[in-house]
Design a protein around this ligand. Structure first.
Ligand SMILES: NC(=O)c1ccc[n+]([C@@H]2O[C@H](COP(=O)([O-])OP(=O)(O)OC[C@H]3O[C@@H](n4cnc5c(N)ncnc54)[C@H](OP(=O)(O)O)[C@@H]3O)[C@@H](O)[C@H]2O)c1
Length: 337
């Protein structure tokens, strides 16, 4: 591959872009001055709980505040948060050659479609990142969970196929799907834990070991699953248990859950949802792309999604509260106690 452009060098962009560069592909990173300054000083370090620990020195990083004009990347990875999609897509549309393939590696359902609307001259693909990544030190990105990347496409999409081959050299899988929607909804169900985790103020592994938080997550997922069933939308299974059986497991007492969900709890002790970081930093969250998507699905069916709507409201009200919720308190705030 001649080159990949990462649009939005943050947790996903630096980790996936860094892996791509380690696979021998030239990568250009477009990011904010804060992130680029750390990369210029420290270089880029990638680690995970399976022993990955690689460093790319500053001089080997191609860093930009804007997409460089004249660049003709084989593939662009869109790695901004949902609220920044339209602006980033518009910028890409003004800079890149017609038809450049762009893969949205964002959570939620609608980002690739919104980006396509903002820059229809580019060739958009939806994608999915199954693992958690956190910046644990400036320039150091740590993967806290596992899994293969997914993208909407086929082996005939040459840029995706070439990237798939490159990633395989560093042990990263990329699954291609003709229709990614079931995978995206499967991921969204899991991401309904992001607001729960953010409001808990705890690392993911701690939070998931508390039944009260898991009951809130199960209720959010069940509401979404009922609506997906009503809309006849299939949901891919991204966990060892299918989504409905996961609900049963989530609601089990803590000691049963710890035994039965050992694999699910194989999360780095430091991992948190990035929504927790957004709340802590006073940034806009992606709750609208997650719970809000469930609320919109409900409305499209002439129904409501009161629990997902309530969670959206709690997250949006955080700046006036700024106090983590204990498990019982969150259940009560959700009307579930
Ligand atoms: N982190 C994870 O574990 C994870 C896992 C799976 C999927 N995802 C999804 O991946 C997406 C990215 O998440 P993330 O955690 O990587 O976010 P992130 O760490 O906030 O990284 C995004 C970066 O892009 C920057 N950015 C936004 N617009 C830009 C622009 N026009 N030009 C240059 N830089 C721009 C952001 O700056 P500002 O903050 O100034 O906007 C931020 O530094 C989200 O949809 C998320 O849900 C995340």
């Amino acid at each position: 591959m001649a080159g990949v452009l990462v649009m939005g060098a943050g947790a996903v962009g630096c980790f996936v872009g860094g892996l791509t560069q380690l696979a021998g592909v030239p990568v250009h990173f477009v990011g904010r001055p804060r992130v680029l300054a750390a990369l210029r000083k420290q270089g880029l370090r990638l680690s995970d709980q399976d022993g990955l620990n690689r460093h790319i020195p500053p001089l080997e990083l191609r860093l930009h505040e804007e997409p460089p004009s004249g660049l003709k990347p084989d593939l662009v990875l869109l790695c901004v948060k949902s609220g920044a999609t339209v602006e980033a897509a518009t910028t890409l549309g003004l800079t890149l050659p017609l038809g450049t393939p762009v893969l949205s590696l964002q959570n939620g359902i609608a980002n690739a479609a919104q980006a396509r609307e903002a820059a229809p001259q580019l060739h958009w693909h939806a994608g999915m990142v199954p693992f958690n990544i956190a910046e644990i030190d400036p320039g150091h990105y740590h993967r806290g969970t596992g899994g293969a990347l997914a993208a909407e496409g086929s082996p005939e999409d040459l840029a995706l196929a070439a990237w798939q081959t490159a990633l395989s050299r560093v042990g990263m899988g990329l699954d291609l799907h003709a229709d990614l929607a079931p995978v995206q909804w499967g991921k969204l169900l899991l991401n309904l834990n992001n607001p729960v985790n953010a409001l808990s103020g705890r690392p993911l592994r701690d939070e998931l070991q508390q039944r009260g938080y898991r009951r809130v997550l199960a209720a959010l997922q069940e509401e979404a699953l009922d609506l997906l069933d009503a809309a006849h939308r299939p949901v891919a299974r991204l966990t060892p248990l299918p989504p409905r059986r996961l609900l049963v497991l989530l609601r089990m007492p803590d000691f049963v859950f710890r035994l039965a969900a050992a694999r699910m709890l194989r999360i780095d002790a430091r991992a948190r949802s990035s929504m927790a970081d957004d709340l802590a930093a006073g940034r806009a969250t992606e709750v609208d792309a997650l719970c809000g998507e469930v609320v919109r699905l409900a409305r499209s069916l002439g129904r409501s999604a009161p629990l997902n709507l309530r969670m959206q409201t709690l997250v949006q009200a955080w700046p006036r509260r700024r106090q983590p919720y204990g498990p019982a308190e969150l259940l009560q705030a959700m009307g579930l106690s």
